[in-house]
Write a protein that binds this ligand. Structure first.
Ligand code: DX5
Ligand code: ZN
Length: 213
């Protein structure tokens, strides 16, 4: 299992050290939650702060956009050369065009689905994306309770991926911990995002990451 800790649960007064800690602690990606206060009822960080994160991160960035006007935000973050940029299908009229734009910028495109959105709704985009992010909470905040329907959605998505693009990864984000991760692995999930489990773990971030793995 690949692990992408979400820096949303880091101490923002100590962000550089908290980013270094997950990279040295064995994470695979640094998950960056970008919220605009419109698509979701919370506001997080923009390119100035993410540039500082990119400078100290020794693992690739996985940028999760939770915004309106996706194309504008893609342009803002593309210069930071993240590994992935994901955008919400619920907020995009022309997802295929945006996927092509992200790929054209040399970034791996990913699509995010809210808890109510069915995997079948993106079947004909799968050939062109490198990852699908299934939300297991309503986007906007760290520390929320895991919504178990994600296991069934991951199982259905895995079948579609095998048919359309076997290289596409499945990522799950929200409320992931060492108890529900086994069901996700069994359903074919490749990457988990974990914020509070990693950053609030009593034994520290490295232990939390290795527990998930
Ligand atoms: C929620 C974010 C998540 C969140 C994960 O909108 O996309 O990445 O920070 O945090 P936990 O693991 O605490 O649910
Ligand atoms: Zn996220």
């Amino acid at each position: 299992m690949l692990v992408a800790p979400s820096i949303l649960s880091a101490d923002f007064g100590n962000l550089a050290d908290d980013v270094k800690a997950i990279c040295e602690g064995g994470c695979d990606f640094v998950h960056v939650d970008v919220m605009d206060g419109h698509f979701v009822p919370n506001l997080t960080i923009g390119p100035v702060v993410v540039e500082a994160v990119a400078k100290v991160a020794t693992k690739p960035l996985d940028i999760h956009l939770m915004v309106q006007n996706n194309s504008f935000f893609v342009d803002l973050f593309a210069p930071l050369k993240p590994e992935f940029i994901s955008f919400h299908i619920e907020e995009e009229k022309h997802p295929h065009r945006l996927v092509q734009k992200i790929r054209g910028l040399g970034i791996r495109p990913a699509i995010t689905l809210n808890p109510h959105t069915t995997p079948e709704s993106i079947e004909f985009l799968l050939a062109d994306v490198d990852m699908v992010l299934l939300m297991s909470v309503n986007p906007g905040f760290g520390g929320q309770k895991f919504i178990p329907n994600v296991v069934e959605r991951a199982t259905r998505l895995k079948a579609l991926i095998e048919k359309r693009n076997p290289h596409c990864l499945i990522e799950v984000d929200g409320g992931v911990n060492d108890e529900n991760i086994k069901a996700l692995a069994d359903a074919g999930v490749d990457v988990v995002v974990a914020g509070s489990f990693v950053y609030k773990h009593p034994k520290g971030v490295a232990s939390a990451i290795s527990l998930l793995k």
